[in-house]
Design a binder for this molecule. Sequence first.
Ligand code: ZN
Length: 167
Amino acid sequence: MEPALLLNATYEPIKVISWKKAFTLLFLGKVEMLERHERDILTMQRSYALPSVVRLLRRVKVTRKPIQFSRNNLYLRDDYTCQYCGETFGPSQLTFDHVFPRSRGGEKSWVNIVTACQDCNRRKRNRTPEEANMPLLSTPREPRWTPFTMNHNMSGAHENWKPYLWG
Ligand SMILES: [Zn+2]
């Protein structure tokens, strides 16, 4: 059954929870439902909307672990999209580009690595985006979200979670 994304009262994503847990929180009045799955839950009496995104009504303190700097998490952050041409690719067609070139001392970090397709990476060579006249679609940053650091697999993320994850 479909999981739900749990948000703090501040709309920050906290974690992914089971649909049962989401229902329990709803019935206890601890969360409000912001998004629903297309499917309903049927019981003997009636059908219920299946929560997809729920938000806590009272803020809880969350201790954030740093997000692992990994191939998967970079793809997730950049949504499998080449940050130069804006096209979406499968992982096997994507590469990582050092925004400030490695050959010139560019570091391997959240703020200096972006997802790029093979063509764009080849075209950019060891130049900066300015030198190559290839502006970045967005400024690379360390991601804020945490739900996928444990089970980082995009198949678990739903279309209607995205606005909350990349806020
Ligand atoms: Zn590209």
